[in-house]
Design a protein around this ligand. Structure first.
Ligand code: PRP
Ligand code: URA
Length: 366
């Protein structure tokens, strides 16, 4: 289990103590998300959002947040939809916060608890499972409310759908929808949209501290920890997204899956599959600009999994509700990232309003 850990300056020493404790446990990977010193005062929301987003984005299963009292961290973290932060200063509250509330972040106060008690509270919190049962109904009411205030996100125990509402993305999507946009401009914009989406998706990639020497002095800096990434475009149209992503993550390996949708049955027909040999060790982004019935995406994800792929996300530009439902039903562990969620499919399985046939528009084949 991966647990994201953060503190402000007031709880820096407690964080170090608990990190050491966590790192002695087998099966737990504790990731330190700051702060790195108690010599400088910092603002607890910065750390709470960093850890909270890692948990809500499922880059970590759980989070631990520490500050002077634990209160500020819990207030800030609970602003993030998908975070259920429990502020606990005793073992019983921690136990019930897991049993009944399925809390995924624990907050504690370094000025309130001794190191030993904080360690005990943490252990009980980590060891206790959610009871389910009637509590599921209550938690879904919270999730329904989250969905109401954040309609672009759905939260579930498993896969989520995230729609990128960034103005730059929305602006570019409007241009590719336009039937008068040229092939050249369409191709360029698909690359740009894919790059912007992956820029946002990678905001929680783990960093390691390094030392660099500037022309003036040696300084501490950060570098990517080196998480392995693979991108897998679904031919043909997925190819249009590859370069935009490789510009940002040039070390990603690229697999290819050839699928086309039979125009009569709308079912996917596979004709090619070549994936990196170490696919099972990589975070995998399956790329296809259009998620219509979802048949092609679901089949592509199945192929990736059949060859050992474990952590798969789907990146598309325009999604239809039918495709989102199919992918979540067949692959509940897969997150879907899209730039737009459109209204419906027409009788020929085309997304409305959509943008037409993405492959034809990218390669000028119509
Ligand atoms: C398009 C698109 C997706 C698929 C989506 O590919 O690129 O792969 O349709 O439809 P679905 O969700 O209903 O399966 P197409 O079959 O047109 O092949 P192409 O990319 O080679 O043009
Ligand atoms: N494939 C496309 O390219 N466009 C759609 O609208 C549906 C499937």
């Amino acid at each position: 289990m991966k647990i994201a850990v953060g503190s402000d300056h007031a709880a820096y020493s407690l964080k170090k103590f608990l990190l050491e404790h966590l790192r002695q446990k087998s099966g737990i990977e504790a990731v330190d998300m700051g702060v790195d010193t108690d010599a400088v005062s910092c603002d607890y929301p910065d750390i709470a959002f960093r850890v909270g987003e890692a948990v809500a984005g499922r880059h970590a299963e759980k989070g631990l947040l520490l500050c002077g009292t634990g209160v500020g961290m819990s207030i800030a973290a609970n602003k993030i939809p998908g975070v259920y932060a429990a502020h606990c200063h005793d073992v019983e509250t921690a136990r019930f916060s897991r049993w009944h509330n399925n809390s995924n972040v624990l907050t504690m106060g370094a000025r309130i608890l001794s190191e030993e008690l904080a360690r005990e509270v943490l252990d009980v919190w980590l060891e206790t499972d959610f009871e389910g049962d009637r509590h599921i109904r209550r938690l879904s009411k919270i999730q329904d409310y989250e969905h109401k205030i954040c309609p672009s996100c759905t939260f579930s125990e498993k896969g989520k759908t995230v729609i990128f509402e960034h103005p730059l993305v929305q602006h570019k999507v409007s241009i590719i929808r336009d039937k008068n946009t040229s092939v050249k401009e369409f191709r360029e914009l698909v690359q740009e949209i894919a790059g912007l989406m992956v820029y946002e998706m990678t905001r929680n990639l783990p960093l390691v501290k390094i030392e660099v020497e500037t022309p003036l002095a040696k300084t501490e800096a950060y570098a990517l920890e080196g998480k392995k990434l693979a991108i897998v475009p679904v031919l043909r149209a997925g190819l249009g997204m590859v370069d935009g992503i490789l510009q940002l993550v040039p070390n990603a390996k690229v697999g290819h899956i050839g699928l086309y949708r039979d125009p009569e049955t709308l079912l996917p027909v596979e004709y090619y599959c070549k994936l990196p040999g170490d696919i099972s060790e990589r975070d995998i982004l399956v790329l296809d600009p259009m998620l219509a019935t979802g048949g092609s995406a679901a089949a592509a994800i199945s192929l990736v999994k059949a060859r050992g792929g474990k952590k798969v996300s789907l990146v598309c530009i325009i999604a239809a509700p039918e495709g989102v439902s199919k992918v979540h039903a067949e692959h509940p562990d897969v997150d879907i990232y899209a730039a737009a969620l459109d209204s419906h499919l027409n009788d020929h399985g085309y997304i409305v309003p959509g943008l037409g046939d993405a492959g034809d528009r990218l390669f000028g084949t119509k």
